[in-house]
Design a protein around this ligand. Sequence first.
Ligand SMILES: Nc1ncnc2c1ncn2[C@@H]1O[C@H](COP(=O)(O)OP(=O)(O)OP(=O)(O)O)[C@@H](O)[C@H]1O
Length: 576
Amino acid sequence: MSASPAAALWGYTRGARARIGCLVLLELLSNSAVLLQPLVARWVLDSLETGEGLMPPVLLLAVVGMSGLVLATFSHYLLGRLGQRLVFDVRRGLVGRLLHARVDDLTRRPVGDVLARVGSDTTLLQQTLSSALVRGAVAPLVLLATLVLMALLDLVLFVVLLLVLVVTTTAEWYVLHRLHKATEDAQDRVGGMLTSIQRVLIAFRTVKAFGTEASEERAITDDARAAYRAGVRVARLDALVEGLAIGALEIMFLVVLAVGAMRIVSGEMQVSDLVAFLLYVTYLRDPVETGSSAATSLSEGLAAVRRVRHLDVLPAERDEPVAPAAGRVPCTGLRLEDLWFSHGTEPVLRGTSLTAEQGLTVLVGPSGAGKTTVLSLIERFDDPDRGRILLNGEDIRGLTRKELRGRLAYVEQEAPLLGRTLREAVLYGAPETAEADLPEVLRAVALDGWVATLPDGLDTEIGERGARMSGGQRQRLAVARAVLRRAEVLVLDEATSQLDGRSEALLVQELLDQAAVRTVLAVSHRYSLAARADQVVLLDQGKVLATGTHAELLRSQPLYRVLAEASGEEAPLPRT
Ligand SMILES: Nc1ncnc2c1ncn2[C@@H]1O[C@H](COP(=O)(O)OP(=O)(O)OP(=O)(O)O)[C@@H](O)[C@H]1O
């Protein structure tokens, strides 16, 4: 967040500066054509008075007018295209940042707010990065040229006009400063509203079940109202800026007309000079309006940049190996040695050590014991503060994250699915899988029967009527997806929590089959899985209390017995 918003905004134009330069030239050309017109009009009027031929000045006026029009139209199109291109570049950069961010950095942000920053804030930037930059650069030059031409036409009128200009411009800058703050506030409020909507959408069933539609509606409406009020404030200040700009020109026109008329009466000025001067006064409107709308857009853009930068500076996960080449340790599977980890000040893991070799290891423990945290460290979503993790004898910090994750297959707690169709969802992460392998894996997770009932089978779109998936079906598909990766280690977080007895029995069997050829580490509250495991590790308050079989832990660990009994599953072994 070190660069100022203005520097960051300028940074976004990298790669397009030559195009911006060409557009500035094009705009200067089209404005020059416009600025020539009053002088040619004066020539027309003088020709009328002196009786010289009218044709040359009228023809020149037409040519100059047409050239200005063509150049302005072309420039308008090119500016629009440039804006789209620059916003595309910003969005592409942001998407890259988001996807390479650290899990914790991104998941702690409300999704709605992230969406607002990537969506509406970047849309605001579009205008700023094209029209505002180019026209904002050209407008002062055009204004200067107009003023110089006016000064050459009549110095007294010019001084009068300058006084009005200074007063109104000062007022306009003051309002612009307030507009800048108001815009930032309005964008923040839109982000807040989207966050509230996202919260409700995620827990929509709970909202219905608890009958809280009305209170949620009130809360979101309050957010929407706050966004509305902030937007109205922006509109008010925007209108004020616009009004000041137009009002200033009206006053200038009247003052110039009055003073000019007096000067004609006293013989100090020609009528054709006053007409040309008045034309320049009307032309003043253009660079002043363009300048003020460029300033407005720049102000909005800077507010947007500030919000976009919050995402744009998200540090990426480092992906180079960080451990010194300490050499291999003779062990297989996963070995966790004395892991310490904290999210803040309080450690979540306090010297966790465990070994999971080929076979099924089930990690159990009370809620908040640190089970998911252990899996996060194995996947290197985070690195431990102390201790190390070995994968088949190698310190995982000696592997790139990509390499490490390629050797693991992970099923996260909510088992979210990615992909448009069921086929894409199951092949996610293993797209090279042969079509012939799919029936077997679907059978293994007991989804073959359900898929057979769908008219479009695996091509059924997820989320559409035909494929509304239950939590259990989603979990089974997530396990199938992980199995297809044929990784060295299968890591599962509560992968059987939503299954009925029959599907669970099938899935447990599949996990046992997997455990016959690879290391399977499963966090589970289901003691039916623990009962079939090669070993069970009991974690409590970030420490391993005991390791053994289900029967051994039932006998020796009161906490394990309490947890097993509380799960309400099949009766534990007799106590000693
Ligand atoms: N991103 C985070 N920031 C701060 N604290 C966190 C974060 N993630 C987890 N924690 C805390 O770390 C502790 C361990 O959480 P973890 O999710 O590992 O427990 P768990 O054993 O998997 O629990 P459960 O069985 O309920 O899923 C909890 O106290 C939790 O509140």
